[in-house]
Structures are given as C-alpha cells and as structure tokens.
Ligand binder design. Structure first.
Ligand code: BGP
Length: 461
C-alpha cells in the first residue's frame, strides 16, 4: 500500500463536552461562560442557536459509540465538563455526572475504542469566571482540584489525558479579539490568562504523575506555522514574532518547560509581563508533556507592518506584523480559512528538528462547510472535498513519519456535526450529518472513506 501507516496508529475523531452533550443546564450541570454569554447576547450566535442545541451525546452516547465503532475508530477524544462534574467549580461532585462519564468510558472500552479525555475545552464554569476566571490564581488551584477528581474517578481506565484544548483560543477570544466571553480586549489581561492557564496545566501534570496511574498526559495545541511573505529580514522578523506570540507561547512551556527568552524580553520591554511568583518557574518545568496533540487548520501568512505603530494605541500582537492573503492560495471558501496541507508536515518537521521529536498526534484537522445539504445525493452527503482534504493532509503526515516524526495518530474534527461556539451550525465538520430537528444521524461519504482507511491502516492514492 502506498500510504501505509505504522501499526497501532490512532484513527479517530474528536469532539468536546460543550459541543456535543447538550443538557447544558440540567442533570446537575451548572452554567458555563457559554450559557451565560448566550443568555446575555443570543444575537451573537449564528441563528441564535446556543449551547443547549447539540447532538445530544448526553442521551445518545450508547448509539453514538456504536457509530464510532461502525466508522472503525480505535480511539476518540471528548472532554469532561468541569461544570457538570463539579457544578460550583470547587467542592461537591455531581453523582449524575460521575455515572454519565463512567458509562461513556466503559462503553468505549467495551467497543475497543480508546478514550482520549480532555479536561478543558473553552468551557469555564460560570461560578469560576465570576471569581476572575483564568485571571485568578485561585481558579488555577480550583482547576487542579477538578483535574485531580477526574484522575481519581476515571484514571483507572483513562490512560490518555489532556489538560487543555487550544488554550490560546480563550485568550484570543476572551481577552484580545472579542469572540468569546468575557469579551475583554486588553493585552496584559490576556497575558495573565495565558500564563495562569499554563500554571494550571503544569499543576495538573505534576499531580497526575504523583498518582502513578500508568498513563500519559499531554496538551492539545492549535499550531499555525507562520510563513513570512519574503526573505526580507523585516518580514522574517515579523513572522518570528507571530510565531512567538501564537505558537511558542504555549509550545515552549509544554515541550521545554519554560518560555522563550525572546518572548519574555519582548513583553518585558513593553511592560506586559504577567505577575509571576518565585516558585512558578519550577512548576512550569514540571509541565513538560508525555504527548502533544496538534490541531492544524491553517497557516499564518505574515508580513512586516506597512505603517508605523501609533504608540498611544493599545498594545496588541499586531503592533509587530500584518497578515496578508498569499496570492494563489487555496481556500476553504466556506470557513474563509486557507488550506495548506504541507503545513502539517512543517509542524512535524519543526517538532523533530527543534523540540527533540516529541511523541505527538494530529488531534484535530478538518474542513467546515456551510449549507452541506446541497451536496446530498440519494440521502447521503457526497463530501468528496472533505475526503480530498483528509487524504492530502494524511499524505504529508505520512511523509513526516517516514522521515522520523513520532506522529502516532490522526483524529479528525469531528465525528457528528456539532455545535461550534458562536458559529453554532454554520460550518459543518462531521463524518456524520446531523439533522438538528430530528436528531437523525447519517454517515457522509467521508465517514465511509475514513472507516475504510482506518480498517486498511492507510490508502493507496
Ligand atoms: C477548533 C476547536 C473546536 C472546533 C474547531 C472548528 O479550534 O478546538 O472546538 O470548534 O476548531 O472551528 P469552528 O467551529 O470555529 O469553525
């Protein structure tokens, strides 16, 4: 076979509790920032569809796990909802949540599907946000307690844990660019949120290891390779700063246990360093992961700024670079994201050459498409565009592996079309089509293709 993958390669897909469970204010679950934002500003959500309207995994888990099996998944990622497990964020554990997650984990294992469990997918409990969210060190401690409850309750069976999914996204969305609650735009608060998130990560990693549970713990990062527009030193420097801010701000602590000196110097120079305590460096050093999840959707095309920064304007990453649309680039016309398959290989190469070739896997990659029903024929969505997208990315993953990268699997975003934050159902990503009104599930052509690929552990062309 031309593209054969290593034995025991992880084939699967990923979702998250807030995007699939539903029942977001019932069965003992308390509100997250998403429930709150939807309550306050429903108009900010596509077609005013909020976090209650999902594929109902809370009720349909057994059938959905059967569907995972039908798609030949040997692994699947979802998350545990902090606000469901510990409704007040701290303290009492919700027995209904424990029963639910136990059933899900047991059923996955019974079906031969390895559970990959993530602990935080943008879903800060409202009770914790009201205490400052990630701006507060007390919330860092509360998160570590929540993580510890998860390890204690489920760690006998879950052997692949992740502390965070895309931890930079709540920073960007909630504190820089206004696409998540609490809709703050303030770099120094964003820097504190980012820093505290990594402290929380390191605490959870340290506590997990102290338990000696014979599993592994990692983090899932959305990496966006930054390509300079030209070899001109100003463009190269601009791309380097974008890389420091958007990739290395999380990648370096996760893989090296410390922040890049260049980033620290830059933030110090602009008086934007978050408040640190003496013991933080030693803690961060303990947060080096066993396994890195890589979410890859699109690269960053960077050029130097064409105008001088007004020093009176608020400090922002864009003080140092501009984005540009690369002529001739391939686009996903629906989501407005560039498709650049080789980026996935460049990430693997960078990890191999500069980060000691860590154990890693592709934890998300996917193509969101609007109005997918128009591609339906004889009752099935013919999403050949998605098959091409996956195949072309996998070809580059295959090449990375053949050159020595320790990439252990490929998880697609996502399994069943799910609720995507303020975009709700605008862009559909699933292997399985969801009819929101009837809750009917129909496997798309890409789902069939993926099932065959997973069964064969690769593909010909
Ligand atoms: C990733 C998130 C997912 C998912 C996906 C698609 O950033 O981890 O939760 O939403 O992107 O993005 P979107 O839904 O914004 O199109």
């Amino acid at each position: 076979m031309k593209y054969a993958f290593p034995q025991d390669f992880w084939w699967g897909s990923a979702s998250s509790a807030p995007q699939s469970e539903g029942e977001s204010l019932s069965f003992g679950k308390s509100a997250t920032i998403w429930d709150e934002w939807f309550r306050l500003q429903p108009e900010r959500f596509n077609q005013q569809v909020g976090p209650q309207q999902t594929s109902d995994f809370y009720r349909c888990w057994r059938d959905d796990i059967a569907l995972l099996k039908r798609l030949n998944h040997n692994s699947f990622r979802t998350s545990i909802s902090w606000a469901r497990l510990i409704p007040q964020g701290r303290g009492e554990v919700n027995p209904q949540a424990v029963a639910f997650y136990n059933q899900v984990i047991d059923e996955m294992l019974a079906q031969g599907i390895t559970p990959f469990i993530n602990l935080f997918h943008f879903d800060m409990p409202l009770a914790m946000q009201q205490q400052g969210g990630w701006e507060s060190r007390a919330v860092v401690q509360a998160y570590a307690e929540f993580a510890d409850v998860c390890f204690r309750l489920f760690g006998d069976r879950v052997k692949h844990w992740f502390t965070f999914n895309e931890p930079i996204v709540p920073v960007e969305g909630g504190y820089l660019y206004d696409f998540h609650y609490p809709n703050v735009v303030d770099f120094s608060r964003a820097a504190t949120v980012a820093y505290h998130t990594m402290l929380a990560h390191a605490l959870a990693v340290r506590n997990y290891r102290a338990r000696g549970q014979d599993g592994e713990i990692g983090i899932i990062l959305n990496l966006t390779p930054s390509y300079p527009r030209s070899a001109n030193p100003a463009d190269v420097q601009a791309a380097n700063i974008a890389d420091l801010m958007f990739n290395r701000s999380f990648l370096d602590p996760a893989l090296r246990g410390s922040y890049p000196q260049e980033l620290v110097a830059l933030l110090r120079q602009h008086d934007q360093l978050p408040p640190c305590q003496a013991e933080d460096a030693a803690l961060l050093a303990q947060g080096v992961v066993d396994l890195l999840g890589i979410n890859y959707y699109q690269p960053r095309r960077i050029q130097c700024r064409d105008s001088l920064v007004n020093p009176d304007s608020p400090f922002m990453p864009e003080w140092f670079f501009s984005h540009y649309a690369m002529p001739g680039r391939k686009m996903n016309p629906y989501r407005g994201w560039e498709i650049y398959e080789k980026g996935i290989y460049d990430i693997l190469t960078n990890l191999r050459e500069n980060y000691g070739n860590p154990r890693c896997f592709i934890s998300e990659n996917g193509m969101g498409v609007e109005d997918e029903r128009r591609f339906e024929q004889n009752g099935q969505i013919q999403d050949d565009y998605r098959i091409d997208f996956i195949r072309e990315h996998l070809q580059w993953v295959h090449r990375g592996i053949s050159e020595g990268s320790r990439c252990l699997g490929y998880h697609m975003w996502t399994f069943i079309d799910n609720w995507s934050w303020s975009n709700a159902y605008k862009n559909r990503y699933g292997f399985v089509q969801l009819d929101l009104a009837s809750q009917q599930r129909t496997i798309k052509k890409s789902g069939e293709w993926f099932a065959a690929t997973a069964a064969a552990n690769g593909f010909e062309e």
